[in-house]
Each structure stands twice: as C-alpha cells, then as structure tokens.
Design a protein. Sequence first.
Lengths: 263, 670
Amino acid sequence: MDTDQANNKAILEVKNISLSFGGVNALSDVSFDIVESEIRAIIGPNGAGKSSMLNVINGFYNPQEGEIWFKGQKRKNLKPYHIARQGIARTFQNIALFKGMSTLDNIMTGRYIHMKCNLLSQALWWGKAEREEMEHRKRVEEIIDFLEIQSIRKTPVGRLPYGLQKRVELGRALAAESTLLLLDEPMAGMNLEEKEDMCRFIIDANDQFGTTIALIEHDMGVVMDLSDRVVVLDYGRKLADGTPDEVRKNQDVIDAYLGVSNE
Amino acid sequence: MLLDEEYKRSFFISHKNRPVPDTQTAGLDTFPRLLLYHAKVRADRPAIREKDLGIWQVWSWDQMKTEILTFANGLAAMGFKRGDKIAIIGSNRPRLYWGMTAVQCLGGIPVPVYHDSVADEMAYVLKHAEVTFALVEDQEQVDKILEVQTQCPALKTIIYDDSRGLRDYDHTHMQAFDDVQRAGKSFSDKNPEFLSQEINKCSGSDISIFLYTSGTTGKPKGVVLTNDNILITARNSAQIDGLNDKDEALAYLPMAWVGDNIFSYGQAYAVGFCINCPEGEDTVATDLREIGPTFYFAPPRVFENLLTSVTIRMKDASKLKQMLFGYFMNIAHRTGISILNNQPVGFLDRFLYQVGELLVYGPLKNSMGFNRIRLAYTAGEAIGPEIFDFFRSLGINIKQLYGQTEASVFITAQPDGEVFADTVGVPSPGVEIKIAESGEVIYRGPGVFHSYYKNPEATEQTKDAEGWVKTGDAGYFDDKGHLKIIDRVKDVGKLNSGELFAPKYIENKLKFFPQIKEAVAFGHEKDYVTAMVNIDLDAVGNWAERHNIPYSSYQELAAHPQVFNMIMEDIEKVNQDLAADEKLSNTQIKRFLILHKELDADDGELTRTRKVRRRIISERYSQLIDALYSNRNQCHVKTEVTFEDGRKGFIEADLDIKNVKTFEPLRKAS
C-alpha cells in the first residue's frame, strides 16, 4: 500500500487550519492530507488537538481559518449530517451508541443516510420501504459477520462489555459505507486481545472495503504497525508528518511525545 | 442406485416401526453410497442447514449430493488419489462435512483436527497422518498451517472455505472451495463416469476416517475407523433409540471428536436426518433455541450450567413465578420421571403434571431450546443425580451412554425406561462386555477400531487377537445388569482388608454437592477411607451471606464450625449412599478434614483441566494424611503456595479432623 502513495490522489486535504475557543488555540496552522485507501494515524500528547482535528474534519467545529478540500473540492462550512452524507463516518472517543437499542438496530442507524423512502412509507413498512429495508439489513448482516458479533445481534448494547460496544460502534460507522472513516481512539481501554481483534478489523476493513481510515490512537505499537503514514500534533501545531519509521526517528517527536527508554 | 423393492426389502424395522435402512444387506455400506441413496429416496428433505448472515440456509439431500460430487471431482482434478489423506480443520461448517464425504467418494481418508489446537499440536497430527491436502475453514487455520508447513513436507495444497483476509496470500498452493468446485465441473464434463467408478470401488471394510485422540497422556494416537465401524454402530444405535429422517440435530461438537462423527455424520447418513450448523461457537445457545433439535448430545457440564442458569434466573423472578416454579417442580420431581418411564401414575398427578407442562415445564424447555427434544445423550463423566433428575422430570429423555473413540462411541447405553443416574446402561447392540480380573471393563463389537495408525505396539496393547479392547476403566455390572463405571483402573486401589477402593467414585459423589468443589479420597493400603475436602467459595460464600456469617478469606470460611458441620452432613449422605452399593459399601469415609487452601493448578495439585494429581497431593500433605490415620482431632499444617504472579508464600493453619458416622452395608457384598 505504501509503495504507490505518491500515485494516489489525496481524498482529503486540510490546509492551514486554525481553531480557537476564546483565547485557547486548539489548532494553529495545521496542514496535512489523507490519500485514498491509506490508514492515516494522528498522534500526540493529551490536549494536542487530535480530537479537535477530527471534529473539524467531520464538521462539528468550524475552524476560524483554513480550508478543507474533500475529493478535490473545497468544502464550505456544513452541518455534520451533510458531511456524513458526503461520505465521512466516524466513531467517538467515549462511545456514543443508543444504549437501549440492540446491536442490530444500532448498526442499522448507520444505514440511515442511505435510506430513500419517506417517513410515512417506512412507518407503514410496505412495498418499496420493505424491500429497501431488506437490502439494508443484508448489508448490516454482512457487517455483523465481518465483525464476528453474531452472538450479540439482538442484545441491547447497554448490556455489552466495553470492548464489544467499541466494535458495535465501528460496525455502525462501517454501515455508512463512507469513503473516509474517522476513528477516535478505537482501542482505548481495551485489553490486549481486544486490541488485536480491533486491529484486524481495521486492517480488514481497509483491505476488503477499500475504506480510507484516519485514526487517533495512543498505543504506539498499534499505530506503528497499522498505519501507512502518521501525523504528529503537539499544542495544536503539526510537529511531524511521514511514515511510522520517519516519525519514530524524528527528534522533535521523541522530545515531545515518545521519549527515550532509560537504558 | 437402488430399486425401490430393494430399498423396501432393505428396511430394518425398529421397535418403533421407524425404518432405518440396513447398510449391510442393501450395499449401502459407505458414506458416498448412502449419499446417493438419500438423494434419491428423500431428495427434497433437508440434509444440512447453516445460519449465514442471520438466516438459516438449507440444502436438501439432492443439493448436497451435487455440492459434494462437484467438490469430489474438483479434488480429483487437483490430483487427489485413492488413499490420500486430507486434514479437515475448522468449526462445524457444511462445506467441511461435504469435504469429508467428497474425500470418501475418492477412496481418500479425512483426518479432522481440533480447530482450536495451536499450530505445533496441529503439526504433529498433520505429519503423523501424512496428509497431502488440507481443507480449512478460514484465515486463522490457513495461518496456522503456513506456520508449520515446513514440518509437514507432504502437505501440498490448502483449500479454504471463507476467503476473508486471504486475498493477498500466495495462491500457488492454495485454493478457494468455490474454485475447486469450478474445476470439478469442467473435470466431470470431460470424465463423466470417473466419480461413479471411484464410488463403486469403495466398500464397507475400507478405512473411513482417522480420529486423533486428544492425548492427555503422551502424543495423540490416530484411531483408524472403517466405514463398517461407524455405519453399523450408527445404525444400531439409531435403531434402538428410534431415530428417523424427521429428526433434527445440532452439529456443534468438535469435528475431530468421535462423538461428532457419530451423532452429526454417521447417524445422519445412516438414517437421513438433518443436521444444523450454528452460526458460531458463541451463538450455540441461541441457535439451539431457534432450531429446537429433537436429538441432542451434550457433556454433563452443559446440563449442569443450564440448571445453574435456570436456578439463578428463578431467584430473580417475581414471587408468583417463584411460587409456581417451586410448586410444579415438586410435582415434576414426584411424577415426571415415572411418566417418562411409562410407569403407572395416579390420575391427579398426571393431571397436575399436564398443567405444569402448560405453565412451567413447556416454557422452560422452550427457553432452553428443548421443546421438541425426543432424545438427549450425555457422556464423558459422571453426571450429578439431581441434574439428571431435573431434566428427566421435565420430560426430557436424557440418557447416559458410555463409549470411547476406539469403540466408535457406543459401548453401553441406557434403554428407555431403565435410566439411572449412577450406571451407564446395558451393552449396545452387538457389543459384548467382560470384566477382567483386574476389574477392567473390556469389550468387543462391530465398532471396534481397525488399529492405531502407524502404532502397532499400542494397537496390540489395547486390542487382543480376538478383538477384545481394554477401556482402562474399572467397573462392574450391578444386579439390574447395568454397567457401573467406578474409576480408572490405575487409580483403583485396595483397602488393607482387600476391599475394592475407587477414589474417583467417592470424590464424584462428594463433588455433586454444590458446596464441595474438590475432594480427594485416600484408602489404598490403609485400614479405612478418609477424605480432604475443598469447599466451593461461591456456593458457601453465598450461603454465608444469607446467614450473616462474616468471613474474610477462603481459609476463614473453611474453618467455620457451621461450614464444617454442613460438609459433615454431606459426607454422611455419601456414606449412606455407599452403604447401599454392592461392592463399595465398606469404603465409607471414616474421617475427613476441610483443607485450608483451594487446590490449585499453579501449585501442581491439579492438572490444567482440573483433575486431581494424587501423588503430588499425598506428598505435599503427608502430615495431614498421617493425622487422618491417627486419633488426633487437630493438625497443624504449613503449606507453600504460588501466587498468580509467581511469588511464593506460606499458609499456616490448624485443621480440625472429625470422625463421620458410617452405616451398616444394606446388603452383603458379593
């Protein structure tokens, strides 16, 4: 994948983004790009602006300065649901599922942006609406199969352990069949085994569905193994950008974030 | 393949008038022939189901035949020859079952391997069996094989079912199941007669399968079974319990285990019933409910867990439900088993049982997936009598059987109406059983294995020239003619008086009490029997909470006098039970103590599968054993323990030792 990076066109470009909340500068003059079907990691210490960056990309925040180019077009300030419809899906750092609904229904909500029938015909569930829902259910079942969560299909997600909830959230994001998938700390708080599973799902999603993935993660082992390219933020500024190897050797990054082992 | 008259003549009429085709006289002596036969006789009946993407997919016998024959042709096109071995690795998937039959069509030998074994364990079997092909479920298994491929030079080709994640793998020695079938289609176009010729070359005495025993002691041994072994045994057992082609079974046992080969493969082919493959290992409970099988096998542990979960859920239920449950379970206890055994039951009781069925038993069985069950087997270890009675009183015809891989499962089984918790039944049809001098159970019958693959010494040690096979288990026939297994032969000892002493038999009886987790009995070359007991922290802790008994540790709870009395009562019950036994009435427990620590695998006291290691325990606790065989009623002990992180420490305690009441034998030992 990383061999022909240069040939691939950038799917998303972030240009000179600055974001501030009152006097606090969350992001200042950050630029990077995400090219098609790569896994792009955003790392940095706590408070570096990683989540803010994702929120800018999917439209929760509107930056004071800078431009976002998506699929070769400059993007206006849009509402998050418009952006979702354009093909950007995400998961959240603190799980944002419908706790009282089953796994199946939660993932089904990811299909919502693809449903065409109006509210009335969906409520009556007749004719076209029925056929459409069956189509969507099939896609959802494929995702359930893909994520190996058949056993919790009908379980309310509130009753699931944390690791599985994260997996359901990934499922919902996958169900949107987005071109760009933003994962905010998909492995936070997981044990080693759950992390390995999650890694495999991310790689497989990238490989099988060709989804471009941008992820925030603190586990450096995971980041270095998974991603094709890494961008490092610190105090809202971009510190480095490059392949995992380049980033690992970068002195600024070592000083600010990675540190050196005491040997 | 068969004419209808032939088919009608070939019927064996079972005692319930349900026809089971006679595989011997009708020439239906191999799996491929049975496949063709069923595809003709019951072409549209379901043969196999699999839940895929949340929907049960069905293949009829005719469709299954097409799938299997196409795959067999594909294998032939890839150069699979008569006598070649193929490893089958994965959970219960239709395509893996089809692979087995396809291989048998070509005169090859399937070698199912436990799919959860690690690569190195797998390598041993693959190498020993000299497999040239491997049919595997998914990427996980492919990875394992690739890891050990250098150790198994004969293994040339991997065929996989699920292609997920395998797209970028080197495909020079790897093919998808679909691709093999595609090749099979063009092969059969060119050689339309090839496969039927191959099928005709096979016979009942040909080798059907290699099944590797799990090998708790030493390297696994490859048990070679012929078509006759499996099919005759499967047919006999199906007949005696009246299985027919309307039955449904859940195929969820590991494919490498002989039980699956008989219950989900042999009997399904012998009778023509439908098997259902669950979606995954953790969906078995849901799938069981959806399918509602009529025929079910599970080890005792599964039934035990079911009973536990029912009990726990009932404790959370509303008062009314608890009352109903309590009332009707009492009725079930009184009458259910008699009704199941067709014994006379009074009109009122029968009526109340029917009401209970409507209000309690029916819904309960439905929630467990047992509402259609006609026949359930359990085997493998002793089952607690109250667990057994619970299910039988609900009207579930659960029976014990006794068997092993070398016998194609069936050695004994319990006939309808003669089901007891402490025996394993009468010899299966065609099986002869003798008790050797040493007390060992030996048998001979149609299912007796051909040999251990490439291990003539072991074959000779186990099976003599006349076909008698040693089980390694000690047992005897009780006065009802039922076999009772008491222990492994090597563990059975003798008291100084010369009486037989079966430690595991006594320990199992103790462990049936929920408050006893482990027990170790002593008595070999001693004057009387003694026992050390581990209490169950969950069960006793729960009891302590309910009775406001404070405790801070296992040790403290175990030393509590009320706990001590409770365990003493349990032991008295065991003694009472033993007093009624013909042969073991003199091995009642005279003295006992409650251990100050839980027996632990980290300390080497148990194996990783939680079996007691007698030698190590008797060395570690020799002080305690001496005290048990003295007049003292207390003993000081200091034991080294290993904590989970590997650190070591000591536990010290003063343990009470008490005498227990023993009972007069109810009848003289013969």
